[in-house]
Design a protein around this ligand. Structure first.
Ligand SMILES: *[C@@H]1O[C@H](CO)[C@@H](O)[C@H](O)[C@H]1NC(C)=O
Ligand SMILES: *[C@@H]1O[C@H](CO)[C@@H](O)[C@H](O)[C@H]1NC(C)=O
Length: 295
C-alpha cells in the first residue's frame, strides 16, 4: 500500500514536472508571437518623464518587430513612444509614401493603439482610413499639411518617397509650421557613412529608376536633423529607415549621451541582403554637403 502510494506519488511528480516543463517551454517559445498585444507598454500615452529603461536609446535592436511595417519599424516605434510618450490626445501622425496603407509605419499605431493621422500617397487613395492621393513635393508639402488640418505639434512624421525625401523633410523644417517629435525617414544605406550626399531633386523628374541613385546618405540626413534640433537615434537592421527624435526630449531624459554615433548607427549590410544595381548614367549627380555635419 505504502509502496504503491510512493510509486504513484513519484509518477505524479514526474508527470507534473513534464507538464510544467512543456508549459514553460511553450510559453517561452510562443511569447514572442504574443508580444504585439503586450507592446503597449505605457497604458497612458502622455509624455513621460520617467522612461521604461534608463538606456532605452541603446535598446532598439531587441525591440524591432514587424507587424505591418516593412521591417522592424513597428517594434522600434512602440519602444520609442513607450519611453517618450505622446503629446496629442489621441496621438497624431502624418505618414506619406504609404502605398495602399496596408504595409506602413503607422498602421499598427492607428489600428491597435488609437492613433489618428493623415496619410498621403502619389497613387493610392482610401478616404475611410484618411489616405489621400497627393503629388507631394518640397514645394507643396507645407500647403498639403495645412490643407488637411495637421496639428502644429505632431507625435510622429514618417517620410518614404523613394527619391527626394531629404528635401521634403528640409522644406517642413525650414517652414517651421509643423514640428514632429519623432521622424522616421527612408535613407540610402549604399552611400557610405562618411559621405554627405543626397540626390539632386531636379533630375529624373524626381523619380527613382531602380538603381542606387536615390535618397540621401545617413550623414546627410543626420546633418539636416542636427541643424534643426533632431538627433539620429537608430537605423533599423534592414537598412531602410532612420529614426530621429527631438534633441530636447533626449536631454530632458538624460539619455543624449547614450546615443550612438552616425558611423555606429549606419547599417551597411541589411539583414535581408538587399541592394540596388549601380547607376551607370553619370549625368545623374549628387548634391554634396547640403547641410554641414558639425562635430
Ligand atoms: C507631380 O508633380 C510633378 C512636378 O512637381 C509633375 O512633373 C508631375 O507630372 C506630377 N504628377 C502628377 C501625377 O500630377
Ligand atoms: C564635403 O565635405 C567634406 C568634409 O567637409 C569634404 O571632405 C568633401 O570634400 C566635401 N565634398 C564636396 C564634393 O564638396
Amino acid at each position: 500500500m505504502i509502496i504503491s502510494f510512493i510509486l504513484v506519488f513519484t509518477q505524479f511528480r514526474l508527470i507534473l514536472t513534464i507538464v510544467l516543463s512543456v508549459y514553460l517551454i511553450s510559453l517561452a517559445f510562443f511569447s514572442q508571437y504574443y508580444r504585439p498585444q503586450h507592446l503597449n507598454y505605457s497604458k497612458s500615452w502622455r509624455a513621460v518623464s520617467t522612461p521604461l529603461s534608463s538606456h532605452w536609446v541603446r535598446e532598439f535592436r531587441q525591440h524591432e518587430r514587424k507587424i505591418f511595417s516593412q521591417n522592424g519599424e513597428d517594434g522600434v516605434l512602440i519602444w520609442l513612444f513607450a519611453n517618450i510618450g505622446t503629446v496629442n490626445r489621441p496621438p497624431r501622425f502624418v505618414e506619406f509614401g504609404v502605398s495602399n496603407g496596408e504595409e506602413c509605419n503607422t498602421r499598427f499605431l492607428r489600428e491597435h493603439l488609437g492613433w489618428q493621422g493623415l496619410m498621403m500617397d502619389g497613387t493610392y487613395e482610401k478616404l475611410s482610413i484618411h489616405l489621400h492621393r497627393e503629388n507631394i513635393s518640397s514645394k507643396n508639402i507645407n500647403e498639403l499639411l495645412t490643407k488637411y488640418k495637421t496639428p502644429t505639434i505632431l507625435d510622429l512624421l514618417s517620410i518614404d518617397l523613394d527619391f527626394d525625401d531629404y528635401f521634403v523633410w528640409k522644406s517642413i523644417l525650414q517652414a517651421n509650421r509643423f514640428r514632429a517629435r519623432v521622424v522616421i525617414i527612408e535613407f540610402n544605406y549604399m552611400i557610405p557613412a562618411n559621405e554627405n550626399r543626397v540626390v539632386d531633386p531636379t533630375q529624373d523628374a524626381r523619380r527613382w529608376t531602380g538603381t542606387d541613385h536615390f535618397g540621401a546618405g545617413i550623414l546627410a540626413l543626420a546633418a539636416l536633423g542636427q541643424a534643426y534640433g533632431y538627433t539620429l537615434v537608430y537605423g533599423e537592421q534592414n537598412g531602410v529607415n532612420l529614426f530621429f527624435v527631438q534633441k530636447h526630449l533626449l536631454v530632458q531624459q538624460k539619455v543624449l549621451g547614450d546615443v550612438l554615433s552616425v558611423e555606429q548607427l549606419h547599417v551597411s549590410k541589411p539583414i535581408t541582403g538587399w541592394s540596388h544595381k549601380p547607376e551607370l548614367d553619370h549625368s545623374r549627380s549628387w548634391i554634396w554637403n547640403d547641410t554641414i555635419w558639425k562635430l
